[in-house]
Design a binder for this molecule. Structure first.
Ligand code: GDP
Ligand code: MG
Length: 434
C-alpha cells in the first residue's frame, strides 16, 4: 500500500497544474491502492467522494498551491479513515486492570510482554496474570516474554479454571500500579470463548478491555471486533503484525469504524516492536510524506523562535559548518534527536548511528566546547589541529578527546548531510519545503 500511494503522491507533486482530470486520476490511484490493501469498498468510495468534493470545491487557502491543497485534503481525509488523534493509555486508578481479548494467534501474549515493558518503562509497577488454560505452556510463554523486565507474573498450570486464576491473580497483585490479564483465544466453541470472556470481565472488572486483532486478516477484522464487543465493552484496540502486511490498511480502517480507539500497533515479533498508534503519523508515512505534519509544525515552532530560515537552509544543504551544527544542536533540544528529525523527512531515514546516540549531556558538552572556538574555527573547522584542540579543551574545561570526538562527529554528520539538500528533496515534502 505504502509504495503505490507514495508513487501517486509523487506524481501529484510533479504536476504543474491541477485540474479536474488530475484530481480524478489521483483519486483513482488512491482507490486502487486502498482496495489492494483490503480496505472495504464502501469506505473507499466514501473517502473518494469526500476527497473529490473538497478538492474541486474548496478554494486553496492563501499561500498554498492547488497541488499542496490536494495533498492536504488527501492526507486529512485518510487520517479520518483510521481515527483522529493518538491516545496513550492513561493509568488513572490503581491497580489499573487491563483485560486482553482476542483470538488465538492474534498476538495477545506477545503484545502483553511489549505493553508491560512499555508501562514499566513509564515507571509503573506491573503484574501479569495468565488465565489461558488452553494453550499448552501458556504460563511459560508469558514468563518468557516478560523476563528480565522487573515484571511479576502469576499463573498455575495445574489450575484449569480461568476465572479462579483471574481472581487469585487479582488478589496477588493488589499493590501493583497495573495488572494485565492474558486470556485464552480458543475454546471448543466460539460461544464458550465469548462466555469465558464475559465471566472474566465480571470478576476482573477491567478499567480497560483491550482487543488484539491480527492485522493480516484485513477487513475481516471488523466482524471479529463486533463479536468480542458483544461479550464485553471494548475500551481500545491493538492491531498486530502490521510489519510487512499488505492488508494493514484494511484492518485499521475496519476497526476504526467500530469506534474504539486503536491505541497501539504491533510491528514485529521483538519486544520493542510496539508503537503508540498515531493516525496522522501513520498516514503521512503511508503516503510517503515522512512525518509531514509533525515536521511542518515543529519547523514552524522552531523557526519562529530563534532559528532563521537561513540556518535551516544550511542544515538541509551540503554547506555545513560547525556553526550550522551548533544551530542543529540547539534545534535538537527542541525537536528531539537528529535521527528522529531525519526520519520525518522522506528518504532520509539513514543517518550515522552516532547521531542517535547523542545524549542531552553530550550535546550540552559539545555546545560548551563550541563556545570556546573562534568564529573562524566555527566557519572553517578544517583548521582545528593539535594546538587549537588543546586550547579549546582548556578553554572549555574538557579533555582533548572530547574536542576530537566533537570534530569526528561533525565530519560524519557533514558527510551524511551531503546531498540531502533542499533542492534534492523530492516528493510533496520537497514541494512544501521550497
Ligand atoms: P496469542 O495466541 O494471541 O497469545 O498470540 P501470541 O502472542 O502467541 O502470538 C502469535 C504469533 O504471532 C507469535 O508467533 C508471535 O511472534 C506473532 N506476533 C505477535 N505480534 C506480532 C507482530 O506485531 N508482528 C509479527 N510479525 N508477529 C507477531
Ligand atoms: Mg497467548
Amino acid at each position: 500500500l505504502g509504495r503505490s500511494l507514495s508513487k501517486t503522491m509523487k506524481k501529484l507533486a510533479g504536476m504543474t497544474i491541477v485540474d479536474e482530470e488530475v484530481v480524478r486520476e489521483v483519486i483513482k490511484d488512491i482507490q486502487r491502492a486502498l482496495i489492494q490493501s483490503d480496505v472495504n469498498v464502501k469506505l473507499v468510495f466514501k473517502l473518494s467522494k469526500s476527497i473529490e468534493n473538497r478538492a474541486l470545491n474548496e478554494e486553496p487557502p492563501r499561500g498554498i498551491t492547488p497541488k499542496e491543497h490536494i495533498i492536504r485534503i488527501v492526507y486529512e481525509e485518510m487520517v479520518k479513515l483510521v481515527g483522529e488523534k493518538a491516545q496513550e493509555l492513561s493509568i488513572d486508578e490503581k491497580p489499573y486492570r487491563i483485560l486482553f481479548l482476542g483470538l488465538q494467534g492474534s498476538g495477545k501474549t506477545t503484545t502483553i510482554g511489549k505493553l508491560a515493558r512499555h508501562l514499566r518503562r513509564r515507571g509503573f509497577t506491573v503484574g501479569v496474570v495468565c488465565t489461558d488454560t488452553w494453550r499448552p505452556a501458556a504460563f511459560e510463554q508469558l514468563k518468557q516474554y516478560t523476563e528480565g523486565q522487573d515484571i511479576d507474573v502469576y499463573g498455575d498450570p495445574q489450575n484449569r479454571d480461568a476465572v479462579d486464576l483471574a481472581r487469585k491473580g487479582l488478589e496477588e497483585f493488589q499493590k501493583k500500579d497495573v495488572i494485565i490479564f492474558d486470556t485464552a483465544g480458543r475454546h471448543k466453541e466460539e460461544k464458550d470463548l465469548l462466555n469465558e470472556m464475559e465471566e472474566l470481565s465480571d470478576v476482573v472488572k477491567p478499567h480497560e478491555a483491550i482487543l488484539v486483532i491480527d492485522g493480516t486478516i484485513g477487513q475481516q477484522a471488523r466482524e471479529q471486533a463486533l463479536a468480542f464487543r458483544e461479550a464485553t465493552d471494548i475500551g481500545s484496540i491493538i492491531v498486530t503484525k502490521l510489519d510487512g502486511s499488505a492488508k494493514g490498511g484494511g484492518a485499521l480502517s475496519a476497526v476504526a469504524e467500530i469506534g474504539a480507539p486503536i491505541k497501539f500497533i504491533g510491528t514485529g515479533e521483538r519486544i520493542e516492536d510496539l508503537e503508540v498508534f498515531d493516525p496522522e503519523r501513520f498516514i503521512s508515512r503511508l503516503l510517503g510524506m515522512g512525518d509531514l505534519r509533525s515536521l511542518l509544525e515543529k519547523v514552524e515552532e522552531v523557526s519562529e523562535e530563534d532559528i532563521s530560515e537561513e540556518s535551516l537552509d544550511a542544515i538541509l544543504s551540503g554547506r555545513f559548518t560547525l556553526k550550522d551544527m551548533r544551530v542543529q544542536f540547539e534545534m535538537m533540544g527542541k525537536m528531539g534527536p537528529l535521527q528522529q528529525i531525519m526520519k520525518m523527512l522522506p528518504g532520509m531515514g539513514k543517518l550515522p548511528k552516532d547521531a542517535s546516540k547523542m545524549t542531552e549531556e553530550t550535546i550540552k558538552r559539545y555546545l560548551i566546547i563550541m563556545d570556546s572556538m573562534t568564529d573562524e574555527e566555527l566557519e572553517k573547522p578544517d583548521i582545528i589541529k593539535h594546538s587549537r584542540i588543546r586550547r579549546i579543551a582548556r578553554g572549555s574545561g574538557t579533555r582533548n578527546e572530547d574536542v576530537k570526538d566533537l570534530l569526528k562527529y561533525y565530519k560524519v554528520t557533514k558527510k551524511a548531510m551531503k546531498g540531502l539538500g533542499r533542492r534534492k528533496l523530492g516528493g510533496p515534502m520537497g514541494q512544501l519545503m521550497r
